[in-house]
Design a protein around this ligand. Structure first.
Ligand SMILES: Nc1nc2c(c(=O)[nH]1)N[C@H]1C(S)=C(S)[C@@H](COP(=O)(O)OP(=O)(O)OC[C@H]3O[C@@H](n4cnc5c(=O)[nH]c(N)nc54)[C@H](O)[C@@H]3O)O[C@H]1N2
Ligand SMILES: Nc1nc2c(c(=O)[nH]1)N[C@H]1C(S)=C(S)[C@@H](COP(=O)(O)OP(=O)(O)OC[C@H]3O[C@@H](n4cnc5c(=O)[nH]c(N)nc54)[C@H](O)[C@@H]3O)O[C@H]1N2
Ligand SMILES: [Mo]
Length: 912
């Protein structure tokens, strides 16, 4: 059974369709079968006062404010807990109930100070008091009684009425259980666990308790009073949460989760809730700039665009169009990205176009396309709650996709699902896993082969599914037959018995949902690692059904969309191969399009290093800071004659290597759409004007195209006009109109306007036919080996509070929660190296070095280390190396052999 938070929303469609009729306060009300009186009344616009109730949590009925009368039944009933029945007559008000509520409200009002009442007029209890004419009569806290230990949350327990909504939502939605109820004197109190301060209680700044709290006991510490609220899609990761942003005087001042939306279901995370401040950061680029010597000079749009256009034309004339590359931004909209690849192909005349998907999930797209025929998640996030087993491979959703992490955790803790985690580190989900396979980095193929060996040897595969939907099973079975768990155990450094247990659970306790991340893809066998997961799903029948599938947790807000729009050298919009769809696009765009195979991002870097790439347009992507092997990237970039950067900020790439800088609008400052990790297209809405003269990417691309002589094909009235062109060239999105997106997102394929969208792919067949062909895989270790000079295997990734190179999150209060990158090492290595917590150490690889503060982490094994790349000043990528996925070129960020040296300059800090 799904957690309460999700249960109400993820009901089977057939049940939800049953409608009953009742009367509430004399009004005829239709409600869904199973709805409570409170919900039925709310549908009819009748508000029943309720203080302890939050629809995301189980109802406790403890405040008893929502008591109602039911005709023909003795006594009073809590509306939040009583299910409405067909023909039921309910009275929510009468003089007795009104009087009772007023008395109760007065009791609550005795805790509310007049100042707090005035300062937070929208808090539910305050609104209720105003409606019922009850005045505040409590005391305000003394300043030292207010807990501001978390920079995002203000805790003033003088205003707490012990409704326990914070306790419930933290436990039942976020799953962190930070808040606890204790008895003190004659009253119970709510306190953070472990310490007196919230920051000591494990708070992750998701803001759910603030959102739920009916008084001003818990409020946002940052931001201000909103005059209005607007809904849009979050600017950070590929989950695609919808949030509402509070606006005041043309600025964003607050944020809250949007209630009842399909992805986040009323939840959010630290970044969506508290990291919007970058929009009005003082160092936003407000005007185009050109480099003159070592300096940057502001210039007009016209001059900057004219200069960019004439220099691009000159380079193309002299060196040919393939001396130019375009990198699109996965932070931009589908509309922006569609135009970026149209610009590359039609205006420049090259297929050299790519985006950051190259470095994260292009291996996924390639592997899934090769076997299943579509390079995107097979299922939906709602399948998490339908799964009996969840396999999380090389992903850390509690930090990188926090709302999905929270849903997985709820499903495991309260929904009864088993959890298998494959990750070298003990991540938050690994802590609650049924089995945690803490493998040696880079050995997933060996592990997957052993899991398959157990499944087949123990006859746990699905013969019916294999017969109907799978090809080449015998060759596959033959290939894994000698991959005994004992053989893999030695390579992967995990117990053979755990491999057997994981295999048994995945194969026999289905439906099994697989979510994977960069721990699989960012390796020399990255594409094969995803193929390995697809193989396992196919032999166990975990494809094309509810609660199953292969579901990449895509990285940036629109990385799925940007690549799918054709920002990849091999495909046009709709992931249609250049080889097959060129003529169709030539017709649609009325232009001759390049045939030559384009360069992908890493090949562009190679071409630049060889002096062959002469110009690069970089839209919203800080390659200088984020590509692996930073010194090689620098060498390549410094050889490019013209680098045009389109960004919100002067990134490392712009600062060190750029020639023209064009100021872009953020997603809060433009209209458009994003595509999330489950193929859902959602609207992005302009909330505020861009600062200075900044423009939306789609406008910048059109302006540049016009300066290059392409007036007609780059004239659009709005992003909607661009989207309507996309719907024409990409038939699977034809049914997704902006009008339909107004109410809710839609998952492609959605070929016509009456189509509901597709939640599960491959239910009856694959795009290429009824069967998918298994891929036998051979484990070939990375050339990046540990030896006596470089004995520790470093992996790099992320933490909850910062996003990628921190360009946006470092310009928010989240910086206070994680100011810099740190090097996590095992207690054993710390002892061997004589390094204490907080000391700085130098990590040195065969490619470069970086200096970082050390954190001793119990979840890391001896011989392994982990760091992030969120602080550009730390240059973590000086350490990462040159190896790439053998099929699509993604860098091997997840494995570098290093030496760690205690920094001699720093005196040791006594860790005790
Ligand atoms: N807070 C936050 N959220 C983010 C981002 C961010 O920077 N910060 N970035 C976004 C982006 S662009 C992306 S692509 C996603 C990435 O999301 P994830 O893929 O979840 O993130 P990572 O931390 O890079 O790596 C995931 C896990 O892979 C494990 N791992 C390392 N090596 C191996 C291995 O050999 N095998 C296996 N099985 N596991 C291994 C690591 O220990 C780590 O826990 O996150 C997105 N969301
Ligand atoms: N060591 C190590 N390095 C890694 C990784 C790793 O795991 N380890 N992961 C890699 C991965 S998966 C990724 S995706 C990359 C991420 O690398 P980047 O994509 O460079 O990271 P972001 O910080 O997300 O930067 C996005 C840029 O887009 C800009 N921006 C935001 N919105 C818009 C917009 O609407 N328009 C325009 N024009 N610009 C906008 C921001 O200001 C910012 O400069 O890092 C990679 N680097
Ligand atoms: Mo990414």
């Amino acid at each position: 059974m799904a957690a309460t938070w999700l249960r109400s929303i993820i009901v089977p469609v057939s049940e939800a369709a049953l409608v009953i009729e009742c009367r509430i306060d004399g009004e005829r009300v239709s409600a869904e079968c199973g709805a409570t009186i409170l919900e039925a009344a709310a549908c009819a616009g009748i508000e029943i006062p309720a203080i302890c109730h939050d629809s995301r949590c189980a109802s406790t009925g403890s405040c008893r404010m929502c008591l109602v009368e039911i005709q023909g039944k003795e006594g009073l009933f809590t509306a939040c807990q009583t299910t409405v029945e067909d023909g039921m007559w309910v009275a929510t008000r009468n003089s007795e109930l009104d009087k009772y509520r007023e008395t109760e409200l007065k009791w609550y009002a005795a805790h509310i100070s007049p100042a707090a009442f005035a300062a937070y007029p929208d808090k539910p209890l305050h609104r209720m008091m105003r409606t019922h004419g009850v005045v505040p009569a409590g005391k305000a806290a003394k300043p030292d009684e207010v807990d501001c230990s978390m920079p995002q949350l203000r805790v003033d327990m003088s205003q707490c009425i012990d409704c326990l909504r914070c306790v419930n939502i933290c436990e039942q939605v976020q799953g962190e259980s930070v808040w606890h109820e204790i008895s003190r004197g004659d009253r119970s109190h709510v306190v953070p666990k472990r310490g007196a301060l919230l920051s000591e209680g494990g708070c992750v700044a998701c803001g759910a308790c603030v959102d739920s709290c009916p008084t001003s006991a818990l409020t946002d510490a940052t931001g201000g009073q909103a005059e209005s609220w607007e809904r849009t899609t979050c600017a950070y990761c590929g989950v695609g949460c919808e949030l509402e942003y509070g606006l005041s005087s043309g600025d964003i001042v607050a944020s809250r989760p949007a209630a009842g939306r399909p992805v986040a279901k009323g939840h959010g995370c630290a970044k969506g809730r508290y990291s919007f401040g970058f929009t009005h950061s003082e160092d936003r680029i407000l005007q185009p700039q050109v480099r003159v010597g070592n300096d940057w000079q502001p210039t007009s749009w016209d001059k900057a665009l004219s200069s960019a256009a004439s220099r691009l034309k000159a380079i193309s004339k002299k060196h040919g169009p393939d001396a130019i590359g375009i990198l699109a931004s996965s932070r931009s909209t589908n509309e922006d990205s569609y135009l970026a690849q149209k610009f590359a192909r039609m205006v420049i005349g090259t297929n050299n176009v790519d985006c950051c998907a190259r470095v994260c999930h292009t291996p996924t797209a390639a592997a899934m396309k090769a076997i299943l025929g579509a390079g995107a998640a097979t299922n939906s996030f709602d399948d998490i709650e339908r799964a009996s087993t969840i396999l999380v491979a090389g992903a850390n959703p509690l930090e990188c996709h926090p709302v999905i992490g929270a849903r997985i955790r709820q499903q495991v803790l309260h929904g009864g699902s088993k959890l298998i985690v494959i990750d070298p580190r003990r991540t938050g989900l690994a802590e609650i896993a049924t089995v945690h396979l803490a493998l040696k980095p880079g050995t997933d193929i060996a592990l997957q082969n052993a899991i398959a060996q157990v499944i087949i040897a123990q006859n746990l595969h699905d013969p019916d599914f294999i017969a109907a939907r799978v090809e080449d099973f015998d060759a596959y079975a033959e290939n894994v037959s000698d991959w005994t768990p004992e053989r893999a155990a030695e390579i992967c450094e995990v117990p053979a018995e755990d491999i057997r247990t994981a295999a048994r659970i995945y194969a026999s306790e289905g439906p099994a949902y697989c979510a994977h991340g960069l721990g699989i893809t960012e390796h020399v066998q990255g594409t094969e690692g995803v193929m390995g997961l697809v193989n396992l799903a196919l032999i166990t029948g975990n494809i094309g059904k509810p609660g199953t599938g292969i579901n990449p947790l895509r990285g940036q807000n629109n990385v799925q969309g940007t690549a799918h729009m054709g920002c990849d050298p091999g495909i046009y919009a709709g992931a249609q191969p250049v080889k097959e769809a060129r003529q169709a696009f030539e017709q649609a765009w009325d232009a001759k399009l390049p045939k030559k195979q384009g360069l992908h991002l890493m090949q562009m870097m190679d071409a630049a290093a060889a002096g062959k790439l002469k110009a690069l347009v970089v839209i919203g992507y800080d390659i200088a800071a984020t590509l692996a092997n930073e010194s090689e990237t620098a060498r390549a970039l410094s050889k490019i004659d013209l680098i045009i950067v389109v960004d919100l900020f002067k990134t490392e790439t712009a600062e060190r290597f750029g020639h023209i800088l064009l100021p872009a609008a953020s997603s809060f400052e433009k209209d458009g759409s994003f595509m999330n990790a489950e193929r859902r297209i959602q609207r992005v809405r302009k909330l505020v004007d861009p600062p200075g003269t900044a423009r939306a990417d789609w406008q910048i691309i059109c302006d540049l195209a016009k300066h290059m002589g392409h007036q007609q094909s780059f004239t659009y009235a709005s992003p909607e006009a661009v989207w309507d062109e996309i719907r024409v060239v990409w038939p699977a999105a034809a049914g997704i109109s902006y009008d339909r997106l107004e109410s809710s997102g839609l998952q492609w394929p959605c070929p016509d306007v009456d189509h509901p969208g597709t939640t599960i792919l491959h239910q009856k067949a694959f795009p290429h036919g009824p069967r998918a062909r298994l891929r036998p895989l051979h484990f070939r270790p990375s050339p990046e080996l540990a030896d006596k000079d470089f004995p520790i295997l470093l992996s790099t990734g992320r933490n909850l509070y910062q996003f990628n190179v921190g360009t946006m999150t470092r310009r928010s209060s989240l910086l206070q929660l994680r100011a810099t990158d740190r090097l996590d090492i095992s207690p054993q290595d710390a002892a061997d190296l004589g390094i204490s917590e907080g000391e700085t150490a130098t990590i040195k690889s065969r490619y470069g070095s970086a200096t970082l503060p050390v954190h001793i982490e119990n979840g890391i094994r001896k011989g392994r280390a982990f760091t992030t790349f969120h602080d550009p000043a730390r240059h973590s990528n000086r350490v990462t190396g040159p190896h790439r996925d053998r099929m699509v070129g993604a860098p091997e960020y997840k494995l570098t052999a290093v030496r760690i040296d205690r920094n001699q300059a720093q005196p040791a800090i006594d860790a005790s």
